[in-house]
Design a protein around this ligand. Structure first.
Ligand SMILES: *Cc1c(COP(=O)(O)O)cnc(C)c1O
Length: 398
């Protein structure tokens, strides 16, 4: 019998420990494992290569993403960086232009030193993607919805294009998780996650995951995971496993609230623009609903200017003002100075990541409390700028 995603989160191979019946995966701290036979070693030998607790998480994420094999890393960046080690000198990668800042840094400042070429491209424009393909393009790297502008890329179309030139498609599925989007079923070869975000969900662990669609890429990534060695520790693997159990309910609630907040912000006169693929005004809205179950719980919005942003941030009470996303508490962040600080200002400007842009990851607080809080802070943020004889004056209407 095949269960729905919601049930699979709880009723999978690791529901009970087969030795003791424990209804929680045991945390196996051992770094090494006794071998009972000189000639025949057991399944486990050394903790970096394999560990039962980490394996339970790797198995679970593979099951949830409907892939062949899962891999757990010490951070999302460790998962992403290890995946890039699948490339060799002289290879080229085509990558979404508004990717996570750390991924941008890895590609532009680290891989480039090893002779791996890259082109950042607006992945939502398929003609552009096609025109940027080089004879040595080996990977098309997609983040959708993108960060922080929530641009939606057609995974199926990109994967088809990649396949036609013998390249792989990697998808960073951090923003939606397999609860809402399953890239491997849309043709991707590898799914990557910062499990620090929605998968674990409680702002208490840094972790990364990868899931391979087929044996070939799984074997290569398994070899790299062991070679590079950036594996996830067992306590952290257990925390991610625990967080996963509530993934469905957490996301369902947060998406509902995010939809309401996006509509509220869109109507507010102090808000210049709202970026949320759940809004019909968003150009990726139809595509988003075709390839994913919903638009997710992250949205961005732009205020009049940095002055207004500073005022709003100082007045809003409920969300924590911090980097990261995908937690039980709402998180407000300032991409230009936080997630995308690693991106030079001119590159940010090219991508529309202005100094008046805020990103909100909606948590589990009461929806009306959040809207009231935002309304109060926005109404108090009526910054007017007047340019008189070349001097800029700022004032507050209240
Ligand atoms: C946070 C994040 C990462 C990096 O993950 P870490 O766990 O912080 O290393 C990668 N991609 C996206 C989309 C993220 O939000």
């Amino acid at each position: 019998m095949s269960y729905s995603f919601q049930t699979k989160l709880l009723h999978n191979r690791h529901k009970v420990d087969s030795q003791t019946g424990a209804v929680s995966v045991p945390i196996q701290h051992a770094s090494t494992f006794h071998q009972f036979d000189v000639d025949q070693f057991g399944k486990y030998d050394y903790g970096r290569s394999a560990n039962p607790t980490r394996e339970a998480l790797e198995d679970t994420i593979a099951h949830l993403e409907e892939g062949t094999r899962g891999f757990a890393f010490s951070s999302g960046m460790a998962a992403i960086s290890t995946a890039f080690l699948l490339l060799s000198q002289g290879d080229h990668v085509l990558i979404s232009e508004d990717v996570y800042g750390g991924t941008y840094r890895m590609v532009s400042e680290v891989l480039s030193r090893y002779g791996i070429q890259y082109t950042f491209v607006d992945m939502t424009n398929l003609d552009l993607v096609e025109s940027e393909i080089q004879p040595n393009t080996k990977v098309l790297y997609v983040e959708t919805p993108s960060n922080p502008l929530l641009k939606v890329t057609d995974i199926e179309a990109v994967a088809k294009l990649a396949k036609s030139i013998g390249a792989w498609t990697f998808v960073d599925n951090t923003f939606l998780t397999p609860a809402l989007q399953k890239p491997l079923l849309l043709g991707a070869d590898l799914v990557l996650h910062s499990a620090t975000k929605f998968l674990s969900g409680h702002s208490d662990v840094v972790a990364g995951l990868a899931v391979a669609k087929d044996e070939e890429i799984a074997n290569k990534l398994g070899f790299l995971q062991n070679s590079f060695g950036a594996v996830l520790g067992v306590q952290d693997a257990w925390l991610v496993l625990r967080g996963l159990k509530t993934l469905h309910v957490r996301l369902e609630q947060s998406v509902k609230t995010a939809t309401k907040i996006a509509s509220f912000l869109e109507k507010h006169p102090q808000v210049k623009k709202v970026y949320y693929p759940g809004l019909v005004s968003h150009e990726g809205c139809n595509l988003q609903h075709r390839q994913a179950k919903s638009a997710g719980a992250v949205l961005s919005f732009e205020l009049e200017n940095e002055e207004a942003l500073r005022s709003f941030v100082s007045k809003v009470q409920i969300p924590v003002f911090a980097v990261s996303l995908g937690a039980v508490e709402s998180i407000l962040s300032f991409p230009a100075k936080m997630s995308h600080a690693a991106m030079p200002e001119n590159e940010r400007a090219k991508r529309g990541i202005s100094n008046a842009l805020l990103r909100l990851s909606v948590g589990l607080e009461n929806e009306q409390d959040l809207i009231d809080d935002f309304e109060r802070a926005l109404d108090d943020t009526t910054v007017i700028s007047a340019n008189v004889n070349g001097r800029v004056y700022h004032g507050n209407l209240r």
